[in-house]
Design a protein around this ligand. Sequence first.
Ligand SMILES: Cc1cc2nc3c(=O)[nH]c(=O)nc-3n(C[C@H](O)[C@H](O)[C@H](O)COP(=O)(O)OP(=O)(O)OC[C@H]3O[C@@H](n4cnc5c(N)ncnc54)[C@H](O)[C@@H]3O)c2cc1C
Length: 395
Amino acid sequence: MSVTTLLTRRACERAFRLARRPRPVSTTPRLIHQRAASSSKHPRGFVPPTDEDLVELRDRVKEFARREIPEQKAAETDKNNDFPSDMWQKLGEAGFLGITADEDYGGLAMGYQAHCIIMEEISKASGSIGLSFAAHSQLCVNQLCLNGNADQKARFLPGLVSGEKIGALAMSEHSAGSDVGPDAHYIIVYSKTDPSKASQGITAFIVDTTSRGFSCARKLDKLGMRGSNTGELLFEEVFVPAENVLGQVDGGVKVLMEGLDIERLVLSSGPLGTQFSTPIAHNQLIQAKLADMYTKYRASHSYTHAVARTLDLAHAEPNNRPNTQDCAGAILYAAERATECALDAVQLMGGMGYVNEVPAGRLVRDAKLYEIGAGTSEIRRMVIGRAFNKEYAAR
Ligand SMILES: Cc1cc2nc3c(=O)[nH]c(=O)nc-3n(C[C@H](O)[C@H](O)[C@H](O)COP(=O)(O)OP(=O)(O)OC[C@H]3O[C@@H](n4cnc5c(N)ncnc54)[C@H](O)[C@@H]3O)c2cc1C
């Protein structure tokens, strides 16, 4: 590919960003009402993207993935287990890292349907780069958008949205770790500040990884999602200034809960990417299996995008909350189907499916993560069961 073509395509991406802003300002009473009563999950003045916007966005992401994440890059990332840091500025230039962020901080403010589309298309090219993307854009950037004050947004969002800085989230205790943690510049850390108050004694902090006392004890050697580095992080007497407390002291659970449903929704698009990214040989004897795989993929796809659409369309409701059981349901369903489809892909390819020269094995390893990360399948079933009981008990 020539440099000129590359530049032209980059210019197109920038044009796409520019085309999204300024936002269409309408003086109709309905929109004025929407602006006045904006949702706590979207930037002020959010207007849901049209179907046309979403189709255009998907084309852009596909184009980006074809150009920047060919199969060779995905295979190399998996084999070398190296985080592709060169990708971050490219994703930033394309506008993908701040897809839900306010335009004032360089974001595109396009909402969660758009976020799911980017996650899905990047994951089709590489599950691992998709997971790193979500750790950055949802677990860090969107959590800052939902919970940060104006000063924090102004200090942290521009660099994270442009891709100059890398973001992560650390919540799990010892032995699990944090995605992108070893490569991140800023990490949102949930820490016990008053252990006597159990869950009401947790605080969320924005930690700069250049702080004295911070280190990554080790990078974990994982089964899948290799290159989306997961590390055990050490905090030894790390000083975090008061202005880096995200939300209230001892209010970390609220911060966590603000993002958890949406995290599950956005992550449910990852397994969509891993379900159908392998071209499979045309063989009449395997049509039934292919039909099952296709049906599982389409059902997962519809579920995830329906939940994202509902969330975006409910933006005018000031108290709108994503539906907990559907956010958990979308990822529960998509994740398990992704593992099944990836295993079927191995089977369909026979011996070659078991050889690392083809990506089927990588898809199995990558897909399995989605049954574990962001709360396991067991926990999701519990979340759904509880929400279901609560809803019906109230009737
Ligand atoms: C690749 C990878 C990336 C990760 N990235 C991050 C990250 O970026 N940030 C971060 O903070 N964390 C991260 N994690 C951690 C991840 O969120 C946790 O591993 C996950 O939530 C499961 O928690 P756990 O490992 O403590 O398992 P456990 O909670 O110890 O669970 C072990 C088993 O017991 C089951 N179980 C537990 N409780 C119950 C129950 N009440 N009822 C029935 N079954 C139960 C579980 O379903 C599971 O099968 C990552 C993990 C991996 C593998």
